[in-house]
Write a protein that binds this ligand. Sequence first.
Ligand SMILES: C[S@@+](CC[C@H](N)C(=O)[O-])C[C@H]1O[C@@H](n2cnc3c(N)ncnc32)[C@H](O)[C@@H]1O
Length: 175
Amino acid sequence: MINAMSLQSGESVLDCTMGLGTDAIVASFISGVNGRVTGLESSVLISTLVRYGVSTYPETEEDVALSMRRIEVVNVDHKEYLASLSPCSYDVIYFDPMFRNPGYYSPAINAMRFLANPKPVDLQTIDLALRVAAKKVVMKERRGNTEFKRLGFRTVLGGKYAPVVYGVIDLQGAK
Ligand SMILES: C[S@@+](CC[C@H](N)C(=O)[O-])C[C@H]1O[C@@H](n2cnc3c(N)ncnc32)[C@H](O)[C@@H]1O
């Protein structure tokens, strides 16, 4: 994920599908004290749970604990939020929607599957993300899915045998 984002210390990430926050915490760890990570989650229950989690989880590794504490959690639909932002507000816009064909079951996601928003990302949302991102729009999906093609992600990165891969739209040089 970090390679797909080309994420550097000091950069900003808008995680449009925060879920339980694993990816947002990794992004926050890499972007560091001078970076910024905002996590959007449309489910009231999941966003309440994850906001409480990132602000209180008794993590003993101080760097990881501070990475959690820095994340801002917003309970909102990502389309509405993206529409409210100015152009180039974040370096990276990230999507990890519920998989269209969930053949890969993560125990953490399974526990909250019935609460999660199952809607696919639509093209209008990707257009909004392309306006708000300064550097890249990145989406996680199962290998072999048709979502990347539908949404215009032409570059797909990931390990040869990895069950999940990352679609990338690179805006550097385009803005
Ligand atoms: C697969 S999970 C994300 C897992 C997350 N990347 C992690 O590391 O834990 C997808 C999450 O995105 C949320 N979601 C789906 N559509 C959304 C939308 N339009 N706006 C905000 N959140 C959304 C779902 O409710 C779900 O919690």
